[in-house]
Write a protein that binds this ligand. Structure first.
Ligand code: AR6
Length: 182
């Protein structure tokens, strides 16, 4: 799938949020976020795509980290990616909604943004964390993602720009509605 040219949300320019559709590994932002698992040792979906595009050195660095609990985040270099960094976060597995899934998904977004701030990164791109094999309902996940990012951008100097990257049509339609993109 090719990457559509990201376009700015003209209705809310002050919020510095951009929507894109396609493969996150092709983006030339400062950091792309990986929807990883607690081992940080790779997997399928966006995790597999990021490791393939970054090359084997990414796995070597990940091995030195020793895993990442659900809701937390860790940063590595981007190696062969256009992005300088990868921020690895672990979203929750959806278990029906009564196991702190909403809070853990919010934590995954916020902790990724905190790492971007600590490293003074201008731009960061998020995939739709937990909405693939982890089974989080897409509408609820999109709402949590947008709310978390908007409130963080309002209160922090970095990152300056956030790109939501949707791979599937359903997520793209949800984000278009939530962000009021025509
Ligand atoms: N670029 C952007 N988004 C993508 C790409 C891509 N190249 N490929 C898939 N997506 P998933 P999860 C979207 O399953 O649900 C892994 O095995 C996809 O359409 O990648 O958080 C990890 O190792 C979906 O909307 O992540 C974990 O074990 C979103 O990325 C587990 O999957 C997330 O889908 C994590 O599950």
């Amino acid at each position: 799938m090719g990457l559509f040219t990201p376009f700015r949300n003209k209705l809310m320019p002050s919020e510095k949020i951009t929507l894109a559709k396609g493969d996150i590994t092709t983006l030339g932002v400062d950091a792309i976020v990986n929807a990883a698992n607690t081992t940080l040792l790779g997997g399928g979906g966006v995790d597999g795509a990021i490791h393939r595009a970054a090359g084997p050195e990414l796995l070597e660095e990940c091995k030195t980290i020793g895993g990442c609990p659900t809701g937390e985040a860790r940063i590595t270099k981007g190696y062969n990616l256009l992005a300088s960094y990868v921020i690895h976060t672990v979203g929750p597995v959806w278990q029906g909604g009564h196991n702190s899934e909403k809070e853990l998904l919010q934590n995954a977004y916020i902790n990724s943004l905190k790492l971007a701030k600590e490293h003074k990164l201008n731009s960061i791109a998020f995939p739709n964390i937990s909405t693939g094999v982890y089974g989080f309902p897409k509408q609820l996940a999109a709402q949590i993602a947008v709310d978390s990012v908007k409130s963080y951008l309002k209160n922090n100097k970095y990152p300056k720009e956030v790109v939501f990257v949707c791979f599937d049509d359903e997520n793209y339609a949800l984000y278009r509605t939530l962000l009021s993109v025509d």
